[in-house]
Ligand binder design. Structure first.
Ligand SMILES: C[S@@+](CC[C@H](N)C(=O)[O-])C[C@H]1O[C@@H](n2cnc3c(N)ncnc32)[C@H](O)[C@@H]1O
Length: 278
């Protein structure tokens, strides 16, 4: 038996893939590796069990209480795949993780109170044209910016204007909103493509935990962080019924702030227009 043949069989017995074998056994061809493996498997009835690196990473993150949504981003797989792996491993899913996911998916319909909009308004030049692309006419972004004298164009999926297919208004100076959490990655991709100054209020917890996102964001953005959490409402008929999310929010900005990092205090009493002192 040639030494290469023996090495290939040893790799196979150690559950290595053909690619991994190729790294170890030099001076051989991929064809010879396949042939040797298949001969050996036929003769011995041995079947390798490959280690699934994705699966290992998912379980590690899960044990560290990372939410399924964040695991899917980190590992680059679907959220359904994450659930399948976790369910197979352990029928009892981590309750904290399930709570985070429930809140994150529901968060697409969380609306922003006035006190979280006021701090960004100081960075808008007078008489600007602002696009609020995730907002109906009810949005407090739209109403507040108009009250300051800006021209505001609101578009929203419910009125048939999908952000990913809608062109910015002519001479748009800024794009400002609170985007749907579930589409954060795609939203930033499109915003950078448009190359218009923007401010997006997002959940900042774990924002930089994915290396790919860190690389995209680190040089380009400015950030506005708050001393306290933003609470959101879910019904315009009951704006004062605010929900406390288990994460911190902040603005990710592009060509908007005059510094890389801006710390702002929130005046959480100012929820709606009626709360603004005259
Ligand atoms: C987190 S909410 C914020 C709403 C509003 N900007 C605010 O802060 O009060 C995000 C909104 O974006 C809407 N949305 C989701 N996908 C969208 C899309 N592709 N284009 C436009 N709007 C979208 C959701 O229906 C939801 O109302």
């Amino acid at each position: 038996m040639s030494s290469n043949r023996q090495k290939i069989i040893d790799c196979l017995k150690n559950n290595m893939t053909v690619e991994e074998t190729l790294q170890i056994v030099k001076d051989t061809s991929i064809g010879y590796i396949y042939k040797t493996r298949s001969e050996y498997m036929k003769a011995s009835k041995f079947k390798p069990v490959y280690k699934n690196k994705k699966k290992e990473k998912i379980l590690l993150l899960y044990k560290n209480k990372v939410s399924a949504k964040n695991i899917a981003t980190e590992v680059d797989c679907s959220i359904q795949y994450v659930y399948r792996i976790i369910k197979n491993e352990n029928d009892k899913a981590n309750p904290r993780m399930l709570l985070m996911d429930k809140i994150c998916s529901e968060q697409d319909e969380y609306y922003t109170p006035l006190y979280a909009i006021i701090p960004i308004s100081q960075y808008i030049n007078p008489n600007s044209i602002i696009w609020c692309p995730f907002d109906t006419e009810q949005s407090l972004y739209v109403r507040y910016f108009r009250s300051l004298g800006h021209t505001v164009i609101s578009t929203h999926i419910h009125t048939g204007q999908d952000f990913f297919k809608t062109s910015p208004p002519q001479n748009c100076d800024y794009i400002i909103s609170n985007p749907p959490y579930s589409q954060k990655e795609r939203v930033f991709e499109r915003l950078f493509e448009l190359d218009i100054p923007f401010a997006m209020l997002v959940n900042t917890t774990g924002l930089f935990s994915a290396k790919s996102r860190f690389e995209i964001l680190k040089d380009k953005i400015e950030m506005m962080v708050f001393q306290s959490r933003v609470q959101y409402f879910t019904n315009y008929n009951n704006i004062t019924n605010l929900k406390n999310p288990p994460f911190s929010s902040g603005y990710i900005c592009y060509n908007m702030l005059d510094k890389k990092l801006d710390f702002e205090e929130l005046d959480r009493k100012l929820i709606d227009f009626s709360d603004i002192p005259v």
